[in-house]
Design a protein around this ligand. Structure first.
Ligand SMILES: Cc1cc2nc3c(=O)[nH]c(=O)nc-3n(C[C@H](O)[C@H](O)[C@H](O)COP(=O)(O)OP(=O)(O)OC[C@H]3O[C@@H](n4cnc5c(N)ncnc54)[C@H](O)[C@@H]3O)c2cc1C
Length: 461
């Protein structure tokens, strides 16, 4: 294939994210001719398996496995090599399973719309065009670089992708932004042995969570030695010999912090700038997110947008559910929509993780509902010896219940295994299982789920 080549297929998928690849597999199996275009040969499978969820959670695992006698630098290099081996294997598997499927083909190159049915792929002599009556855009998101003087030019600025790939542990890491990604990396690098500072501009961390929950998370991170600074206005980043100096101001005055690596973690924006959406007549909002309806159709009804690029919650499992909705439009009865999503959980992979779903206590009380709150510190939950058997007794479990109906309205679980338990709680919320039913169910022993036998009985408000 080369310049002048034009391909026509039934479905064109732009971007190898979770939603796009899932849809591509199913559509090819259903007999459609599918081309999926991915701009980067290091990204087959998308962000999650290459530079997102999988490597970052493997680093959480490795960082917690470090023993005091391990040399920090050697152990870190060993860990990054382990991550690379896994992500290489996942990437190859992603490519081969789709490209090897009858009816499906992966094209490597950056896609740009030429008209509402056609993209051009690649550049120069390798440029080809692909047309399809149905197009799925799944180009993900990219980090936002905050407008801080000197940051863009700093040789010490790193992205989460750099941190996953570099095998040299920084002696000191500064994270700008205390959101999910920032706190996860802060915990990981601290456990590997780096000094870590997190600079957050808001007056507190995790502003969406209840005060008791946010305080419990920050107490654990601080207890592990992460320096957490709130109300920090970063004024400048300046490179000096061998280090960056970060100048920030709080109500206590101005501080100059020397650091080896600076991670801006102030959010990610939809990756649409290279797509030339105008050429296809696809509307985007001011942030660059593709505007979609509840069935993920864009302003051009034959073009769908899935995953981070449509401005929805930035999670792999949301991109996957987007694929279910689009597939339902293309192959099913078209009933699924984003509006029928109930109780979608989230996890912050600190150690232990914070898993949340539904309403916080503050939100539930503000709604005027008659609310019952149960809460217990993990160390006090007699029914959950697992916390003691794995020597992780930090955290708390909190449930918000509608006192009139006994239905669970929300949960915040800061505990070992909470990334698993939250799925059970979410399922219960979706299917009307009451707090009493959850509390009196039979669970395996010793497990973390057993905590539900007890925590609901600890009513605190
Ligand atoms: C460090 C980190 C940790 C994370 N941890 C978690 C987690 O634990 N759990 C979780 O659920 N989520 C996590 N996320 C978020 C999750 O990775 C994303 O929400 C998810 O991967 C989004 O997938 P997607 O389907 O939107 O597209 P992506 O997986 O981002 O894929 C988009 C693909 O499109 C390609 N592309 C972009 N533009 C073009 C173009 N013009 N032409 C061709 N190809 C193009 C890109 O190269 C990319 O491969 C994490 C993210 C990061 C960065």
């Amino acid at each position: 294939m080369g310049i002048g080549t034009h391909l026509t297929v039934d479905v064109l998928v732009v971007g190898f994210g979770k939603g796009g690849k899932t849809a591509a597999h199913v559509l090819a199996e259903a007999g459609r001719r599918v081309i999926l275009v991915e701009q980067d040969e290091n990204m087959y499978g998308g962000t999650c398996p290459n530079v997102g969820c999988v490597p970052s959670k493997m680093l959480v695992h490795y960082s917690n496995a470090r023993r005091l006698e391990d040399d920090a630098q050697e152990f870190f290099a060993h860990s990054v090599a382990g991550v690379k081996a896994l992500t290489d294997a996942f990437r190859a598997g992603n490519f081969e399973s789709l490209n090897g499927k009858p009816g499906a083909m992966v094209l490597t190159g950056r896609a740009r719309f030429v008209d509402e049915h056609t993209v051009s792929v690649g550049a120069g002599d390798d440029q080809i065009t692909v047309s399809a009556p149905t197009i799925l855009i799944n180009t993900g998101s990219e980090p936002i670089l905050p407008d801080i003087p000197g940051l863009a030019e700093s040789a010490h600025r790193v992205s989460s992708t750099d941190l996953i790939r570099k095998d040299r542990l920084p002696a000191h890491l500064t994270v700008i932004g205390g959101g999910y990604l920032g706190l996860e990396f802060a915990g990981i690098y601290r456990h590997f042995g780096a000094d870590v500072t997190v600079l957050e501009s808001a007056p507190r961390f995790l502003p969406r969570e209840d005060d008791d929950v946010a305080e419990a998370v920050t107490a654990i991170l601080s207890g592990d030695g992460v320096k957490l600074v709130t109300g920090a206005d970063v004024l400048e980043v300046r490179d000096e010999a061998g280090a960056a100096v970060i100048v920030y101001r709080t109500e206590d005055g101005t501080t100059e912090l020397r650091t080896d690596a600076v991670l801006p973690a102030t959010g990610r924006r939809p990756a649409t700038s290279a797509l030339d959406l105008n050429a296809a007549g696809v509307a985007a909002d001011a942030r660059g997110a593709i505007v979609v309806d509840e069935r993920l159709r864009t302003s051009r009804p034959h073009i769908f947008a899935l995953g981070d690029v449509n401005g929805g919650p930035q999670f792999t499992y949301v991109s996957l559910d987007d694929a279910r909705i689009v597939l339902d439009q293309l192959l099913g009865d078209g009933k699924r929509s984003t509006a029928d999503r109930v109780a979608v959980p989230h996890v912050l992979f600190t150690t232990p993780p914070l898993a949340t779903v539904g309403l916080t206590e503050r939100e539930a009380r503000a709604s005027g509902m008659h609310v019952r709150v149960s809460r217990e510190n993990v160390a006090d939950i007699v029914a959950m010896p697992r916390a003691y058997t794995v020597e992780e007794t930090r955290g708390l479990m909190k449930f918000i219940v509608d006192a009139d109906t006994d239905l669970v309205l929300g949960a915040a679980l800061l505990s070992i295994d909470s990334q698993e338990i939250i799925n059970l709680v979410s399922l219960a919320m979706r299917h009307g299982i009451t707090a009493t039913q959850l509390s009196t169910s039979i669970y395996t022993h010793p497990s973390s789920t057993e905590a539900l036998n007890e925590v609901f009985t600890k009513v605190v408000g």
